[in-house]
Ligand binder design. Structure first.
Ligand code: GLU
Length: 450
């Protein structure tokens, strides 16, 4: 089995592109490849850089960086499509010589009239490339069909197909031709890509046929939508892999979520490693209906992956993410409360940088009736503690609750706001223990004098 991922480097790697890359990776690493050849498949990375204006080195670097971050490694490439220009031109010359392609001065009108005489049922587009371009000769009759591994048999009546332009007058080839020649040359056996390419497939099949070659198998993945049912885009939050990374998602969670999206599993309930996913992944299980990408579900599954990391590893990643060091103890007491790496600093940053005061919380909680009095007693008790650990802190705080007949929150919240400046923090006992007696008492004094 030989599969490929051929991004066009005209921008960042989007979530849809990551899904295509991942599904190809899973296919190559899964049982289908194994059953076919007794070893895993080969993933080819091809950079479709024929759009000279929009393809940039920076975009290539960005895509490669995103794939590496996701751990989606490839076996061959990156192969530059533009570097294959001589081969594309040779193949084009062959088709022209064989009569499978022709130089056409016919504009779209002429082609349309010809097609209509042969029973075509829809109109044809005129394109600026038309003048002097090379067109592929589509048979007048019959159908071009293939069995899509996701969608089943798909048929396209030839009479309804324009003779596709495969090269401009200057001999530079167009997408459908270049892709088919590259897939052929690279020995690709399975083309797995987005549904937006379905209409290209018959054209590419006709190129294979004209070249006298066996085409690969095709599988088209359903559209990716946002939770509102509209095509997934920036409006729905993160749209690129880089953005997901900046928002503190773990690559293993992103892969897990995307792998299960629209493949018949509950994406927010199933927790898999890459190897387990490759073992379970089946193209036939990919749903034909659009898949909904829901960042809330990704958050949820990210929290599961985050808590599954060994504490030292989570600390290492949080240190890389925040650019700070010495986070170990604070990570330990925060891990149950965060779902992304980005959640950590807003929750626990005060342990390092001191409170970031929320004046409204201060006024409401520390200013509540009796709160200063409670804080005063908490201060006295904590200052007198012999062993300053979480269990001892808890004992003292609960003693205040009981002695005064208060609800726990009436004691814990004023203390929380005093030490964190806000109403959120990791667990209060653990946090106070970590801050230590001296800092805790000083922070309470600060709150009391505010
Ligand atoms: N370069 C194309 C794209 O980014 C992919 C072409 C293909 O998969 O055949 O959409």
């Amino acid at each position: 089995m030989r599969v490929r991922f051929p991004p066009s480097p005209t921008g960042a790697l989007h979530i849809g592109g990551a899904r295509t890359a991942l599904y190809n990776w899973l296919l190559a690493h899964g049982p289908a490849a194994q059953a076919e050849a007794g070893r895993r498949g080969t993933l080819v990375l091809r950079i479709e850089d024929t759009d000279r204006e929009r393809s940039t080195e920076a975009n290539v670097a960005q895509i490669i960086d995103a794939l590496s971050w996701l751990g989606l490694d490839w076996d061959e490439g990156p192969i530059s499509q533009i570097a294959n220009t001589p081969r594309h031109r040779m193949a084009l010359a062959q088709l022209l010589a064989d009569g499978h392609a022709y130089h056409s001065t016919a504009d779209a009108e002429v082609v349309r009239a010809y097609k209509e005489r042969h029973g075509a049922d829809r109109g044809f587009r005129g394109t600026p490339e038309a003048d002097g371009a090379v067109r592929l000769r589509v048979p007048d009759e019959g159908v071009t069909s293939f069995v899509d591994l996701v969608r089943g048999e798909l048929s396209f009546p030839n009479a309804s197909m324009d003779d596709p332009i495969i090269a401009r007058a200057d001999g530079s080839v167009l997408y459908n031709f270049a892709v088919a020649v590259d897939d052929l040359d690279e020995g690709i056996t399975h083309v797995v890509r987005g549904e937006d390419h379905i209409s290209n497939t018959p054209k590419q099949l006709l190129v294979f046929k004209a070249l006298g070659a066996e085409p690969p198998l095709y599988a088209h993945l359903p559209m990716l939508l946002g939770p509102d049912g509209k095509k997934l885009s920036k409006r729905h939050g993160a749209a690129s892999v880089q953005e997901l990374r900046e928002r503190g998602y773990l690559p293993e969670a992103v892969n897990n979520y995307i792998a299960l999206l629209g493949t018949g599993f509950a994406p927010d309930e199933e927790f898999f490693t890459m190897d387990e996913m490759a073992q379970r992944f089946r193209l036939e299980r990919v749903s034909r209906s659009p898949a909904v990408f829901d960042e809330q579900k990704l958050r949820h599954i990210n929290g599961m992956h985050l808590r599954a990391l060994p504490p030292e590893e989570l600390t290492r990643r949080l240190e890389a993410f925040t650019g700070r060091s010495g986070l170990g103890a604070a990570v330990e007491i925060s891990r149950e409360k965060i779902q992304t790496l980005a959640d950590f600093w807003p929750l626990a940053g005060f342990i390092f940088d001191g409170p970031r005061d929320d004046p409204a919380a201060f006024a409401k909680v520390v200013g509540a009736e009796g709160a200063r009095d409670v804080l005063g007693e908490v201060r006295r008790r904590l200052a007198a503690l012999e062993r300053f650990d979480a269990a001892a802190v808890e004992r003292e705080l609960r003693a205040v609750v009981d002695a005064r007949g208060l609800k726990p929150g009436q004691v814990f919240q004023p203390l929380r706001v005093a030490i964190a400046g806000r109403t959120v923090s990791p667990g209060i006992f653990e946090t106070v223990a970590l801050l230590g007696r001296e800092r805790t008492v000083a922070l309470i004094d600060r709150a009391l004098s505010s």
